[in-house]
Ligand binder design. Structure first.
Ligand SMILES: [Mn+2]
Length: 274
């Protein structure tokens, strides 16, 4: 099940992510439905809900969007194209409803764990904080990976709530080992992956609201996901913060598509092997 959330009302620095679902869908025509390991994706049935309307503020629309997404058939793998990262709030609320013991992997240059940031409770720096509240997710079942830009109160929250955070250096040095460590922490819980494209280095994903140097290559991110998929039950993916107006030669949108297609292949393979 695929849906877009064409929303960037929570972006405080540079808007543009609302245009991502359309850009990514348009570019998808150039991608053959075959993964890099040669698995045909044509066996996947794809239902596209189109773009869900978030209005001017996701604060007032997240519950309705969560209702739409939560109506996906129980076994369906949910894939959502954002949108700024606050678009993940309804996604995670829906996923927590569909999978009561949900675990979350938050791939991001920023933990987004401020209660209040840049003048609002609903700016991008608050995305995960609001998602934990709205989806009623246990922070102990959330793993952060790739973070490298912090507000001090975020580090405080991570420490106090006992959240597992894999430092960017550790993930970059050995992505497969990082994936195994994440999988061990997730255990048997169904896993949703929230992929902020800014976890990638700006060299691989320049088109994003707040790019952060020193990030992962697309290859490293794929290696982390592959190691996780061998061990975990993947139930969903969202790819957020792609900003077409800030992109160059569609590099970022194509990276997002690569992550989506490979995730589909990995989920398919994981489901067959387990
Ligand atoms: Mn984010």
């Amino acid at each position: 099940m695929l849906a877009g959330i064409a929303y960037d009302g929570s972006a405080v620095y540079r808007k543009g992510a609302a245009l991502a679902p359309r850009a990514i869908r348009r570019l998808s025509a150039v991608m053959p439905p075959v993964t890099e390991s040669g698995a045909a994706l044509v066996e996947l049935e794809l239902h596209d809900l189109g773009d869900l309307e978030a209005g001017g503020s996701i604060e007032t629309s997240w519950e309705e969007i969560a209702g739409r997404l939560g109506a996906a058939p129980p076994g369906a793998l949910l894939t959502v194209l954002g949108g700024d990262h606050c678009s993940a709030v309804p996604v995670l609320a829906a996923q927590a409803r569909r999978h009561p013991d949900l675990a979350l992997l938050w791939f991001d240059a920023h933990p987004d764990l401020n209660d209040f940031s840049r003048g609002s409770h609903w700016s991008c720096g608050c995305a995960l904080y609001r998602a934990l509240e709205c989806a009623q997710l246990d922070p102990a079942r959330v793993v952060l990976a790739g973070c490298r830009d912090f507000d001090l109160e975020e580090l405080d929250f991570i420490g106090r709530r006992g959240m597992l955070m894999l430092p960017i250096g550790e993930v970059a040095a050995d992505p497969a080992a990082a994936g195994r460590r994440i999988a061990a922490a997730v255990g048997d819980h169904p896993l949703h992956v929230s992929f902020d494209i800014d976890v990638l280095d700006p060299a691989f994903a320049p088109g994003t609201e707040i790019a952060s140097a020193g990030g992962l290559s697309t290859r490293q991110a794929l290696a982390v996901l592959a190691a996780i998929a061998e061990r975990c039950r993947l139930v969903g993916l969202d790819v957020m913060e792609v900003s077409p107006p800030l992109d160059h030669a569609d590099i970022t949108a194509l990276a997002a598509l690569k992550i989506v297609f490979e995730f589909w292949g990995l989920s398919q393979r994981g489901a067959t092997e387990r």
